[in-house]
Design a protein around this ligand. Structure first.
Ligand SMILES: Cc1cc2nc3c(=O)[nH]c(=O)nc-3n(C[C@H](O)[C@H](O)[C@H](O)COP(=O)(O)O)c2cc1C
Length: 287
């Protein structure tokens, strides 16, 4: 089993993180960038695909390409960006991106840096050159990185309102015991109360929250309830990234709470009532 050491207070940081779309127009100090790069090297995701991070500076990008990094006006002021690259076509490559980038994003939030997952609202073509994208790699996600500006622009308020960003689904829509017909209550969750609550607070594409967790004995099975609209609009199954984010919140919180366990991927979908339309991702085996 992999041992991790925590470098930030997990629950506190998860509660504090929020998507930041307006930044102070200042570059990240070199020391902070180095800290992030060092932390990035240490992150181990639950799956095998290797994720590569690219740190992009808006100024050098401007010099080389003659244009700014385009986020269709969604992001303002950011001078630094970070992209996550992974080999195309590998099993669980997007889940792995979700896990490791979220861990890095939480570490950044612990340093009081703002970020915003961008899966759809950035122009990928121009960035491909700048991140030294290799053949066979994809760049599914980038995030700006910087100091949040005070106040929000209208576009940001509109985006947050459209996605209902502050809202999260209630427990009974996300967490179950043995069957999709049997929601699990906060009381019944026992020592897994906080790992589940931190999954619930996770960010997700269009705030669709596709995570469905079903407890079976000492296992927690992670399923995805896919939304055709979200995945088609973005052009790739972005909700698999959301699943990795949820796994990251779950495992880091379990670690903080002193709960032990490991990730396993069952060969077939666990035969549970009500999961027919869900995609099985992986299971946490407690103990
Ligand atoms: C995988 C992923 C992709 C996202 N893509 C975008 C995007 O392209 N543009 C954007 O403005 N926000 C994007 N978001 C941010 C979500 O809208 C946001 O996380 C969600 O509404 C919850 O709000 P919060 O992050 O402030 O808690 C993305 C989030 C995730 C997890």
């Amino acid at each position: 089993m992999k041992e991790k050491s925590l470098r930030f207070p997990v629950k506190e940081t998860i509660k504090k993180r929020t998507s930041v779309r307006t930044y102070k127009p200042v570059s990240l100090p070199g020391e902070l960038e180095r800290k992030l790069k060092n932390y990035a090297e240490e992150i181990k995701g639950p799956f095998s695909p290797q994720v590569r991070f690219a740190f992009i500076k808006e100024d050098s990008f401007l010099e080389e390409s003659g244009g700014r990094i385009s986020t269709y006006g969604v992001i303002r002021g950011a001078k630094n960006y970070m992209g996550a690259l992974v080999e195309k076509g590998l099993d669980k490559n997007l889940e792995q991106v979700g896990y490791v980038l979220e861990e890095l994003i939480l570490y950044a939030a612990g340093l009081d840096l703002g970020t915003c997952w961008l899966g759809g609202t950035f122009k990928i073509k121009v960035l491909e050159k700048d991140v030294g994208m290799e053949k066979g790699e994809i760049l599914p996600i980038v995030t700006p990185l910087g100091y949040p500006a005070k106040g929000k622009r209208l576009i940001e308020r509109v985006m947050k309102a459209a996605a209902g960003s502050k809202k999260r689904k209630p427990w009974h829509k996300l967490f179950f015991n043995g069957s999709l017909n049997s929601p699990i209550s906060e009381k019944e969750a026992g020592s897994y109360l906080n790992p589940l609550e931190m999954v619930r607070l996770a960010p997700s594409a269009s705030n669709r929250q596709p995570w469905r967790l079903v407890q079976e004995g000492t296992s927690w099975h992670f399923f995805m309830d896919p939304s055709k609209i979200v995945n088609q609009t973005v052009g790739y199954p972005i909700q698999r990234v959301d699943m990795g984010i949820a796994m990251c919140h779950f495992e880091l919180t379990a670690l903080e709470e002193g709960l032990r366990g490991e990730w396993v991927t069952q060969k077939g979908k666990p035969a549970l009532e009500g999961v027919e339309k869900l995609h099985y991702i992986a299971s946490w085996l407690a103990g």
